[in-house]
Ligand binder design. Structure first.
Ligand code: NAI
Length: 289
């Protein structure tokens, strides 16, 4: 099976690794050549680390690398049986890319979005054949996180849904079917985890490391809410909260935080830029502002 990936950032790169490991021929496309080069470099680093840990051998590394190619034009995805889009979380931009893709593919090719919060029905509505569109929502880091939400839209055909359920299982992931509602399952449940932590901090009730440690020590979470927001990236995490808030008709339970908005505006996006709630340049330092 040939799989197209649009967007070679955090998620696209991880999904490409998952599909290539499962034996698919994967083509990764991005508008940024730099992003494609970084994606390839990171994959090579990850595979070398897996060899060091004796999880894979040289032959497996070569097999996975051989299954992935990096392409500079969306037309190069014309023969993909399944394309998964993982670009910026913006409806208009996603719709435009989906239209470009549909124009160069056959009618039975499946087109999926990895969106965290946008409506799959509205993404699909941009296409002439919306029944081919579905949400396939991986979690970060995609190669390590077993869960994948599968989100059929109102328009999605049963055949497409069934094919995707099988593909995700073949890729050794745990697929769950979710309704096309804002944040689906996990991102909706997770909103108050971030939102209440931010409110506790903004009200001056506790500082960031205290809240993170409390959740890790007592709640058994692997990362505290601030560590997790820094890990996901404030551009992505804030935008998801904003979308869920708007889509739920401004329900105050999902109200976004000014503290996080300012980080996003400043370009302090978390681990990927080396600063966020913590500073990561010289080890991890609390930067409660
Ligand atoms: P990212 O910022 O790491 O990567 C996005 C990539 O898309 C960049 O390389 C950019 O050059 C490329 N791009 C932007 N516009 C493009 C276009 N028109 N055509 C082709 N490439 C384009 O973003 P990330 O974090 O990988 O997120 C991607 C999607 O996945 C978003 O919809 C996000 O909501 C979703 N998501 C993100 C998760 C996360 O933890 N970061 C988790 C699950 C879903």
């Amino acid at each position: 099976m040939t799989v197209g990936i649009i967007g070679s950032g955090t998620m696209g790169s991880g999904i490409a690794q998952v599909a290539a490991t499962a034996g698919c021929s994967v083509k990764v496309y991005d508008t940024s050549q730099e992003a494609l080069t970084t994606s390839e470099d990171k994959l090579n680093e990850v595979l070398l680390r897996l060899i060091e840990k004796e999880r894979i051998d040289d032959a497996e590394k070569n097999r996975i690398q051989g299954n992935i190619s990096y392409v500079a034009s969306i037309q190069d995805l014309a023969d993909a049986d399944l394309t998964i889009e993982a670009i910026i979380e913006n409806l208009e931009v996603k719709q435009k890319v989906f239209r470009e893709l549909e124009a160069c593919q056959t009618k039975d090719a499946i087109i999926a979005s990895n969106t965290s919060s946008l409506s799959i029905a509205s993404i699909a509505s941009a296409l002439e054949n919306p029944e081919r569109v579905i949400g396939i929502h991986f979690f970060n880091p995609a190669p390590l996180m077993p869960l994948v939400e599968i989100i059929p839209a109102v328009q999605t055909s049963t055949t497409v849904k069934e094919k995707v359920v099988k593909i995700i299982s073949d890729w050794k992931k745990v697929g769950v079917l979710a309704k096309d509602t804002p944040g689906f399952i996990v991102n909706r449940v997770a909103r108050p985890f971030y939102g209440e932590a931010l409110r506790i901090y903004e009200e001056g009730k506790a500082d960031i490391p205290t809240i993170d440690n409390a959740l890790k020590e007592l709640g058994g979470f692997r990362m505290g809410p601030f560590e997790l927001m820094d890990f996901i990236g404030h551009d992505v995490n804030y935008t998801v909260t904003e979308t869920v808030f708007k889509e739920f008709y401004y329900d105050p339970r999902y109200k976004p935080s000014f503290t996080q908005k300012r980080l996003k505006e400043a370009g302090y996006l978390g681990r990927k830029t080396g600063n966020g709630f913590y500073d990561y340049k010289d080890g991890k330092i609390d930067k409660s502002r």
